[in-house]
Design a protein around this ligand. Sequence first.
Ligand code: KDG
Length: 333
Amino acid sequence: MRKTIIAVLLVLFLAGGLFAEGRQEGAEETYKITAGIGLNDKSAQYESLIYFKELVEKESAGRITVDVYHSSQLGDDREMMEALQRGEQEMTCPSTAPMVPFVPEYGVFDLPFLFPSEAEADKVLDSAVGQQLLDKLSDIGIKGLVFWENGYRNLTNSYQTVRTPADVKGMRVRTMENPMHLDAWRAMGANPTPMAFGELFSAMQQGVVDGQENPWGTIYLQNFFEVQDYATDTGHVYSPFVLMIAQSFWDRLPADLQKIVMDAAVKSRDHNRELNRRYNKEYMEKLKDVMEVTVLTPAEKAEFQKAVQPVYAKYADTIGQSLIDDVLAEMKK
Ligand code: KDG
């Protein structure tokens, strides 16, 4: 009798071990990445995620599958980051601006007119300073993989040509959910209001806001020109994206699969920047056919730059002056 009980316990123990692993002996465990983004399925962001998916699925020979959801189907940037923290979603790719409530240091990228060119942005984002910022995400249960690009943001509005800060006086401009963006637009004289991306189109359509700011590709591909007649190349801030994965998921991945995901992330970064830059150029041209696009002279742009200067002093402490200095030094290298 005793022997039978021991034998039964042994069988149960071994079976339990197999079930806990979630696989049959001899078969390899498979993993699923559910990835969500805010932009639609025409965006460079979506195409880059598909590129990442195809690479990972091919290189892992099907051990990892990636399911992609666009157009905020899984929630807005903040909600998706929270889902990553809870381990309920594996991947997302927010702009850095709505990440600031999670990690204040990301505010460094919200400093208006920080990066004079995309090349300088790449230099900083791919440097040790950029890596430190990606690593900071582990404090909040997220693994930062690489920086993708959203791009330089430009103002659109529904009622008039904008050439000077005086032209935005009182304009109800939607911004991302970020205090520095609100302050920058207040400093320019506008009446900004923060809002998740998924609510923006109908807010413009219903006249809840007069304007918004986003890269050219987004303005075109999200059909914003249907509800906005005027655009100005303010280029007031360069908006990076961060491709990120739930830390709890990452920690469960075997080392060989972590390498496949990381390698694909790096490849997707280069692909994304190339594609996004091409799209932003092409779609700016296309927008000229469907709305009035104003290109500022350097002197006119300088007016906007001057108007937002107070933001630098106000946020130096929150971001950390030494981080700002590191970013500026990296840019000059
Ligand atoms: O997935 C990214 C989008 O949700 C969002 O970050 C796009 O730039 C954006 C905005 O204006 O909210």
